[in-house]
Each structure stands twice: as C-alpha cells, then as structure tokens.
Design a protein around this ligand. Structure first.
Ligand code: NAD
Ligand code: DAU
Length: 336
C-alpha cells in the first residue's frame, strides 16, 4: 500500500475537501496536509480552523498557477484534487470559471504531477455519466460512456478524460473517483439540502425545481472521505472507482423529510422554474469499490444523517448567514 506522508489537497477549504482534511488530520496524524485553495465564494478557511498547525498548512492560491505549482509540488508525495467550481446552476449562468478551474486547473496539476512524479488522485462526480430514466433498473458503472449534460458536468468530464490520457500517455500514477451527491455539515447554502434547511430557519419557503421527481443518490461526506483515502492508498493505478451509498431518493421526498423534521407542514414550499437540462436520476453501483477495497458506508441511515445535518445548521448560523442573502439574490435573478 502507498503510505502518504506529505500531500497537497486542492480545494481543502470547500465542503468536501475540508471534510477530507479534517478526516486525515483525525485518522492519519503521520500525514502532513498542504491545502491549496483560492478561497472563492465557496472556500472558507473556518472549515479547517483549529487543526494542528504542525499537520495542516493553508496556501492561498489558484490551481491554474503553474509557477505556484512549481514551487509547491516538489517534496510532496501526492496531490488529491478537489478544487472545482461545483454548482450546476452557477455553470448555467456563467460557464467561464468552470472551464478555467475545472479543465485548465486539472491540466496544470497533471503537468505538475508528471514533472515531479507525484501520485495524483482526481475527485470527480457521477454526473459525467449523464442521467438515468426514473425507475430504470440500471445504475452507473465505471466503464459507462461519458454523457454530461450541464456546463459543470461537461468540464468535470473533460478533466477526467485529461487524467485518463495523462496516465496512459505519460504514465502519471493517477486514480479517479466519481461520487454521488454528498450531504453533511459545512455544505454551501447554494446546494439543495442546506438551501432548504436555511430557508426554513430564515422563514423563507423552500424551493423545489420542476416536478420534484428527480432522483439523487445521497452519501454522507465522511463516507466519501474514507473512500478517497482507501483509493489513494490502495487503489489500482489507472483505475476509476465509483463511490455511492445506495441512497437514492427523489427531491420531493428529501424536501418533505426536511419539512417534517423541522416541524413544518409538508406542503409549505414553492414549486419553481426547472433547471434547464435538469438530469432526471443519478444512481451509483459501488460494487468495484466494495469488492476491491472493502469499503462500505458507515452512515447508512439517511434520516439520522439529515437530522444531524439540520442540527449543525441550527447551531452554526454564524457560519452560513454571511452567504445566505447573496445566494438567494443569485437564485432570484434566475427565477429559482
Ligand atoms: P465546493 O464548491 O464546496 O468547494 C470548492 C473549493 O475549491 C472551494 O474551497 C474553492 O475556494 C476551491 N477552488 C475553486 N476554484 C479554485 C481554484 N481555481 N484554485 C484553487 N482552489 C479553488 O465544492 P464541493 O462540493 O466540496 O466539491 C469538491 C469536489 O468534489 C469537486 O471537484 C466536485 O466536482 C466534487 N464532487 C462533489 C460532489 C457534491 O455532491 N458536492 C459530489 C461528487 C463530486
Ligand atoms: O452528483 C454529484 C453532484 O451533486 C456534484 O457533482 C455537484 O458538485 C453537486 O452540486 C451536486 O449536483 P446537483 O445538481 O445534483 O446538486 P444540487 O444540490 O444543486 O441539487 C440537487 C437536486 O435538487 C437537483 O435535482 C436540483 C434540485 N434543487 C436544487 C436546488 C438548489 C431543487 O429542487 N431546489 C433547489 O433550490
């Protein structure tokens, strides 16, 4: 097994990257983490505050900055690449930063991994596979064709393809993981679950897109972090692993569960304009990850995980409040 001692985590101040950084700090004190993060609207250094300074260091910078990578990468033994523009609705309104960060940024990191012979793990999404029909028995598998629908998912798909090519052509020691929808604490209020929870806390009616029948496959972000560590340390080089926790639920079911847990009537929400190109259903078959690496999800009770997440937002108003108004203004401008 590969034993990482000194890793770079890009996007380590975002929702999922910061969960990974906290998870490594708690479970692998032998591993030093350099967080490389541009601190966009989605990055918040509070997400990694309080971790031992001897183990976690924050470098504020852009993954597209080749000069910075030349200074930073030597001496590290792995790059775990989380940094991205991550929100579909934003990508529809303005795709430019998605092409820059997700495509050009990945290219620059791959070039650095190649130049300094560093192990590279690429964090990606199930959305690269497009969508499934509601009720169809099939789930996504690693070798399925790429059929991304949105500007966001097409830039993530592009970045995955660069990784595959850099592995095959230049021998970069790379792995890719494609994970389903994450939930948990520290998720930005633009995303579905935190948006509705904080709407209720603010006295705003939750907003449901389209018919509400779209299905997402929910996984707790801590289960995602553990899977990424397993793949980084024991995954086969050149392989793609799908990460999912058998968590399929329709949006309307999730919203009704939030309303129920927060003591609101189940119809106390607004139907709003659908997202253009809205993917119908995502579903992950995690068999390869389970069989090869023995990974399995620990957070298997979605209601319980959701209750803890709602509790976290109740207790951390100071964390989400500063972003709430601007986020809702962006949505209002799109009629959502
Ligand atoms: P996020 O938007 O919460 O965080 C992104 C982080 O990247 C922020 O800290 C931001 O400051 C940083 N960043 C953005 N552009 C940068 C740049 N050019 N240089 C350096 N740092 C930059 O995103 P997230 O939801 O935590 O997602 C993290 C990764 O996981 C992404 O690659 C995303 O595609 C992938 N992913 C997300 C989900 C999900 O459900 N949210 C599921 C599967 C995969
Ligand atoms: O599948 C993994 C992907 O999950 C990640 O790659 C993305 O980074 C992440 O943002 C997420 O994408 P989605 O588009 O599925 O997540 P989002 O939270 O934006 O929306 C979840 C579902 O809820 C989707 O069907 C749209 C719907 N929705 C969303 C919002 C914000 C609503 O009905 N109302 C809303 O207000």
């Amino acid at each position: 097994a590969f034993k990482p001692r000194n890793i770079i985590v890009t996007g380590g101040c975002g929702f999922i990257g910061s969960n990974f950084v906290r998870w490594v700090a708690a479970n692998h004190p032998e591993c030093h983490v350099t967080v490389l993060d541009k601190l966009t609207y989605a990055g918040n250094p509070e997400n990694i505050a309080g971790l031992p300074a001897s183990q976690v260091e924050l470098v504020v910078g852009d993954v597209c900055d080749a000069g910075l990578l030349d200074r930073l990468v030597p001496g590290h033994d792995a790059i775990v690449h989380y940094a991205a523009e991550s929100h579909n609705d934003n990508s529809i309104a303005d795709p430019e930063p998605f092409v820059q960060t997700n495509v050009v940024g990945t290219y620059r990191l791959l070039q650095a991994a190649r130049k300094y012979d560093v192990r590279y793990h690429h964090v990606s999404t199930d959305e690269v596979y497009g969508d499934l029909a509601l009720g169809e028995p099939r789930r996504f598998e690693p070798d399925d064709p790429y059929r991304p629908s949105s500007p966001y998912s097409s830039t993530k798909a592009s970045s995955d393809l660069l990784v595959r090519a850099w592995h095959r052509t230049y021998g970069v020691r790379a792995t890719i993981s494609n994970c389903s929808n994450n939930y948990g604490p520290y998720q930005h209020v633009e995303k579905f679950i935190p948006r509705q929870v904080t709407n209720v806390l603010c006295g705003i009616r939750p907003k449901l897109y389209g018919t509400g029948e779209n299905v997402r496959d929910w996984i707790h972000t801590e289960d995602h972090s553990r899977a990424v560590w397993d793949i980084l340390t024991r995954g086969r080089i050149g392989e793609t692993y799908l990460i999912g926790a058998n968590g399929e639920r329709s949006n309307i079911d999730v919203l009704r569960e939030i309303l129920r847990q927060m003591g609101r009537p189940e119809d106390d929400f607004d139907w709003v304009r659908d997202r253009p190109g809205h993917d119908r259903r995502y579903a992950i078959d995690p068999t390869k990850l389970e069989r090869e690496l023995g990974w399995e999800p620990l957070h298997t009770d979605f209601r319980e995980g959701l209750a803890q997440t709602i509790e976290w937002y109740r207790d951390h108003e100071g964390w989400w409040r500063p972003a709430k108004e601007a986020t809702e203004a962006k949505y209002a401008a799109q009629g959502r």
